[in-house]
Design a protein around this ligand. Structure first.
Ligand code: GLC
Ligand code: MG
Length: 549
């Protein structure tokens, strides 16, 4: 990485992106994905919880935003121990959210607006109320016993391994009636399915087929790195970097309980099912892993995930050197022909605006929508929502309840979408299941739609420009500048060359800019302004410019 000042000219810039052979017509390469957390998007029936009718009512908003697909977090029947990520029936809709008929309307109404529909698929575990688990635990010789991960206690009565649950405590729970432990990577109410059992694989493939036949365009596969554990039940070694205050699950290096090589066969199996329904259905994987491990999830011959979620922007320090190094490392590690992707937030992670501040949230929007790769936006980030403090008596997240006080709880990032300044922010006619942010009278869709300088207007403009410019959606990437303050790079598609300049700090900065003309700015820079040579960059400023021909 070098400063533009060291360059002989923009022509010498090395292009590090993979040139891909896949035709650019695949919608998910050029498209942007918008995550809907349905409990908190829009309530239509006055129970304080969002639902499918609510999603339908807001599809015009989503389409106008300029994204290409919605990913809907789980809406299946669930006891809601983990708010839908504990599924008790994979092929139905929880009455709280609607019905299969309503779901079909979500799909047709989305499609009518040119939006694809991605569903959450939770293969690692079911709810403990799923009929499969009820059967499985009913006796040791039940035909479904082996559908879950059952093991004897050690001779001294202890759990089979030292494996820990993501949500605190041991990952094995004792079932007294059948005198065995069952394994759960998450809550005890979320027993892990046994993906070594071919009947489980077949049943879970049928779940994919059920939704594909209803017209969904793909899946986001939940917690997939947890799918298979070491068959020999080896203990995980302690993590030497663990400190008091870190999540209990990180006490161990989960070499034997996570990210096992066998997972890739299971993913290839899911992919084969998705491919049965045509070549443009999308399979996304959720795995929080280092880049080296993550890129393996594209699979051999790219027959794994089309997009293993890349969460590294969420955790990388917010400065030009770290981010340019991350992009370079990711681009370099991508398998040949694999398509990149970037994520800045989701329903599990502290909100962008709270992590880096309101001013930088605008710059981050420009980064997310100009890097090479499919961007995923989390609902509410486009209006700059922050983490909402949750009073003790309103806590919902089981993680916060199990491991209190460490800030692990995810309620603050799941509060209702702020639509307008009316009661309950236009989200519901009733008290919402989680408290609203106190700032909703100002931070809301209606107010920001009317304000050309708002972050929502910026997102809309960025998404529109991304659509209009193949250089942004499909073009090659080349790093240009990384100073203490400024990150700059080029996107190029054929002869079209765009310059992206981002001040990742609140300090003024200077760069040497190539001769170009401003197309879009996060701040007050005049559109059409010609720039060249030494120029001042305002604090928290980002802009996109076209290279002069
Ligand atoms: C994924 C989901 C998270 C859920 C967990 C268990 O990480 O994003 O919300 O709690 O899996 O299903
Ligand atoms: Mg409702």
């Amino acid at each position: 990485m070098r400063n533009r000042e060291d360059d002989n000219g923009a022509q010498t810039i090395m292009t590090v992106s993979n040139v891909s052979s896949t035709p650019p017509s695949l919608w998910w390469r050029s498209g942007a994905i918008y995550q809907i957390y349905p409990r908190s998007f829009q309530d239509s029936d006055g129970d304080g919880v969002g639902d499918l009718e609510g999603i339908i009512a807001r599809l015009d908003y989503v389409a106008d935003l300029g994204v290409d697909a919605i990913w809907i977090s789980p809406v299946f029947p669930s006891p809601m121990a983990d708010f839908g990520y504990d599924v008790s029936d994979y092929v139905a809709i929880d009455p709280m959210f609607g019905s299969l008929a309503t779901f079909d309307r979500v799909v047709s109404e989305a499609h009518r607006r040119g939006l694809k529909v991605i569903l959450d698929y939770v293969p690692n575990h079911t709810s403990d109320r799923h009929p499969w688990f009820i059967e499985s635990r009913s006796s040791r010789d039940n035909p479904k016993r082996d559908w879950y991960v059952w093991r004897d206690a050690k001779p001294d009565g202890a759990a089979p391994t030292n494996w820990v649950s993501e949500f605190g405590g041991g990952a094995w729970s004792w079932d007294a009636p059948t005198a065995q432990f069952y394994y759960h990577a998450f809550l005890r109410e979320q027993p892990d399915l046994n993906w070594r059992n071919p009947e489980v694989v077949a049943a879970m493939h049928d779940v994919l087929r059920f939704w594909l036949a209803r017209g969904v365009d793909g899946f986001r596969v939940d917690a997939v790195h947890h799918l298979i554990e070491d068959a020999d039940l080896t203990d995980d070694p302690p993590n030497p970097l663990w400190r008091e205050g870190m999540a209990p699950a990180r006490r161990f290096l989960r070499l034997h309980s996570m990210d096992r090589p066998e997972v890739h066969d299971a993913i290839a199996g899911m992919r084969a099912v998705v491919d049965e329904y045509g070549g443009d259905r999308l399979l996304i994987g959720e795995a929080y892993l280092p880049l080296d491990r993550l890129v393996l999830y594209y699979g051999g011959d790219l027959k794994g995930f089309h997009l293993p979620f890349n969460f590294h922007l969420i955790t990388t320090p917010w400065n030009p050197t770290a981010i340019t190094a991350l992009v370079d490392a990711y681009e370099a590690k991508l398998p040949h022909g694999a398509w990149p992707n970037w994520v800045l937030g989701n329903h599990d992670r502290s909100r962008l605006a709270s992590r880096i501040g309101d001013d930088q949230a605008r710059v981050a929007a420009m980064l997310l929508l100009t890097l090479r790769g499919t961007p995923t936006l989390y609902q509410g980030d486009e209006i700059g929502m922050g983490d909402v403090p949750i009073p003790a008596d309103r806590i919902q997240d089981p993680w916060e309840k199990n491991v209190p006080g460490l800030g692990l709880g995810r309620d603050p990032v799941r509060t209702p979408m702020q639509w307008d300044a009316s009661d309950n922010a236009g989200f519901s006619s009733a008290e919402p299941w989680l408290p609203l942010s106190r700032d909703f009278a100002e931070v809301n869709v209606a107010a920001q739609s009317a304000a050309p300088g708002s972050i929502l207007s910026l997102y809309r403009a960025l998404l529109a420009l991304r659509r209009a410019e193949p250089a942004l959606s499909l073009g090659d990437y080349a790093p240009l500048i990384a100073t203490e303050e400024v990150l700059a790079y080029e996107r190029r598609f054929g002869p079209r060359r765009l310059l992206i300049v981002l001040n990742l700090t609140g300090r003024p900065a200077r760069i040497e800019a190539p001769h170009s003309r401003v197309l879009l700015s996060t701040g007050s820079r005049r559109l059409g302004e010609e720039i060249a040579g030494t120029m001042a960059i305002a604090p928290n400023e980002g802009f996109i410019a076209e290279f002069a021909p």
